[in-house]
Write a protein that binds this ligand. Sequence first.
Ligand code: MGP
Length: 267
Amino acid sequence: MGRKKAINGFRITLIPQVPKLENVSEHFESNSIFEEYDENSTFTAPQRPQKHSPKAQERDANLHKYWLQRYSYFSKLDEGILIDREGWYSVTPEVIASHIASWVPRKATVLDGFCGVAGNSIAFARRGCRVTAVELDRSRLRLAINNSRVYHTCIKFVHGDYCQQVLNSTYDVVFLSPPWGGPSYQSKDVFRLADIQLTSDGQTVDGFEIFRLARAASPNVIYFLPRNTSILDIASLAPKFYLEQHWLDGKFKAITVYTGPLFQNQK
Ligand code: MGP
């Protein structure tokens, strides 16, 4: 629940604490680090709509610009959406997430390998896809589950490492929106796929390897990338691809690469 505080005569509702997962059915598969949360899990969602407070975001100059665009990320922001620091700068704006989802047939199985606070997973689920959403950060996963509840979507959430999860099953589509190393991608003239660097099982995994792993789980991969990504790197991923530029309010935000038979002759 949000706490109320009087500041300069105004009553401000502070951002609520991360809700507790209660009675969540967790199970550990043998030889696996995954815990699964699905539609059968019970979860305490926010009891009533919460107003987000500008306080924290206004204090933090780096987050201020995201705060100003807050309703572009989640139109239901005030209905209980929770976003952490990394979520603010990496969540896909809702209209872009819905557009990306519109490329995927309804009922398709989709792996969202880096679900973050669930912006894309929610869009795929609203499209009618059967979504498995993976997140390594446990606290962020709780926010994702909360946000999915706000949108009344049914998503299978997995706490774990994309590089391991992607080896476990096959999917109609794998969606990739990995961490790009934070907003500093903007300072590079050209962003290289090798600049995406994750650690999995003690090994460094770059943006090429992330894609290679996805292709092993599905012939159809959607890759959400910085707007300054090297076109040569993208061209080296697959012989045929669609590349889409996303513009919002006159600003070039990001690009998406679609590869695989599902996307041939789609648009
Ligand atoms: P941005 O460049 O930080 O914002 O991110 P903006 O508003 O274009 O910044 P400005 O300074 O040019 O005005 C643009 C979009 O890219 C965000 O809304 C996110 O959807 C996405 N994005 C940004 N980052 C840093 C990441 C990231 O690390 N990972 C992923 N997957 N997406 C990101």
